[in-house]
Design a protein around this ligand. Structure first.
Ligand code: HEC
Ligand code: HEC
Ligand code: HEC
Ligand code: HEC
Ligand code: HEC
Length: 216
């Protein structure tokens, strides 16, 4: 997988370049980052999870809000995956002996967390912050797609630098009222140009394109 071809050198490359202040190589690398970022190849990445947890069932059919489980998403950079106890709130009573929940019961008994496999992971040299986006009116669905229809989560967007910057340069078509951040079916077309402009000015939205915003 492309991941293994790149990060080892790119983790070291960025700090080195920034320290040396090497302007010309920087442009060369930027060109690479835009055109050939290896992450763009990973759209659709869909690892098998230790428990067949379905967003389609829980977030879709049962209508649970994303924040019931990913409860740090508004407050912190990281969107925490829920601890076993969050699941046990229901599953001590619902399907308590389902074979599909065996790894969950084992986690509850031993106290060892479930070993969920990460679907999204930027290189350590890149910094992302959830709260900065969702509280400014960029909805989950814009970056993660229709999670409420996914039996198994897959990577919807490239998460490459070019993808981030496309929106940072001109975010207006991706803005919604922050109260709709987890709404998977909010109709973006229902907002007029004026309403988007007013969201932008109300929240003083001016996403940064400085390297240090995402590489620190
Ligand atoms: C608000 C209650 C609630 C919470 C919280 C919850 N679930 Fe569920 N879960 C359900 C319901 C309801 C079903 C459907 C049961 C049925 O089909 O009879 C279900 C079904 C499942 C199934 C399928 C079981 C089977 O035998 O088909 C799995 C697996 C599952 N949940 C895993 C999880 C995990 C993992 C978590 C925590 C991340 C979790 N659930 C949190 C309510 C919940
Ligand atoms: C009942 C708890 C629960 C609810 C509700 C829930 N999730 Fe999740 N979510 C999980 C669990 C557990 C995982 C880790 C397993 C997996 O990837 O399926 C996860 C994984 C994810 C991931 C992938 C994380 C990674 O590894 O990169 C994304 C993105 C995500 N959820 C978004 C959402 C969105 C958006 C919603 C609301 C529409 C939502 N989730 C609702 C429990 C939940
Ligand atoms: C602007 C794009 C964007 C939006 C909006 C967004 N995410 Fe993410 N999400 C990402 C990126 C990028 C990552 C990978 C972050 C990393 O590896 O540092 C990620 C990772 C995650 C993860 C894995 C844990 C983590 O933080 O690395 C979960 C869970 C998740 N997102 C859930 C959500 C939920 C729920 C919402 C809406 C409330 C949401 N995301 C909104 C881009 C976004
Ligand atoms: C769909 C639009 C969109 C995408 C995609 C997006 N962003 Fe943003 N980003 C925004 C908006 C809007 C803000 C809020 C700007 C403000 O408050 O002025 C923001 C803010 C941020 C901030 C906080 C800046 C600060 O001053 O604290 C960081 C860090 C950031 N983005 C990183 C990223 C990274 C890394 C990616 C790609 C993995 C990304 N963003 C993708 C729209 C987006
Ligand atoms: C809005 C966020 C954002 C800004 C601003 C930004 N980058 Fe990036 N950059 C990223 C992301 C995301 C990646 C890819 C991370 C990954 O692949 O996991 C990346 C990757 C890179 C890489 C590695 C090449 C590659 O293809 O993986 C270099 C070098 C780099 N950026 C340099 C810069 C420089 C120099 C600037 C300033 C001109 C800059 N970046 C501005 C988000 C940003």
């Amino acid at each position: 997988m492309s991941r293994f071809l790149f990060p080892r050198w790119s983790n070291l490359l960025l700090p080195t370049l920034l320290m040396v202040g090497a302007v010309v190589p920087l442009y060369a690398v930027l060109f690479v980052a835009y055109g050939f970022s290896p992450k763009t190849l990973e759209v659709g990445y869909q690892p098998n999870q230790p428990i067949p947890f379905s967003h389609e069932l829980h977030a879709g059919q049962l209508g649970m809000d994303c924040r019931y489980c990913h409860n740090t998403v508004e407050r912190s950079g990281f969107a925490a995956v829920p601890p076993t106890q969050t699941c046990m709130n229901c599953h001590t009573g619902i399907r308590p002996s389902s074979p599909k929940l065996e790894a969950l019961r084992e986690s509850a008994t031993t106290g060892n967390p479930v070993t969920w496999i990460k679907v999204h992971k930027l290189g350590d040299y890149a910094y992302f912050d959830h709260s900065a986006h969702v509280n400014r009116g960029v909805g989950c669905v814009t970056c993660h797609g229709r999670i409420d229809r996914m039996e198994v989560v897959y990577r919807y967007a490239p998460l490459s630098m070019g993808w981030c910057l496309d929106c940072h340069r001109d975010p207006i078509n991706n803005l919604r009222p922050p109260s709709e951040m987890t709404n998977m079916t909010f109709d973006m077309q229902s907002l007029s140009r004026e309403e988007r402009e007013s969201l932008k000015s109300q929240f003083l939205i001016k996403p940064s394109e400085d390297c240090s915003t995402c590489h620190r």
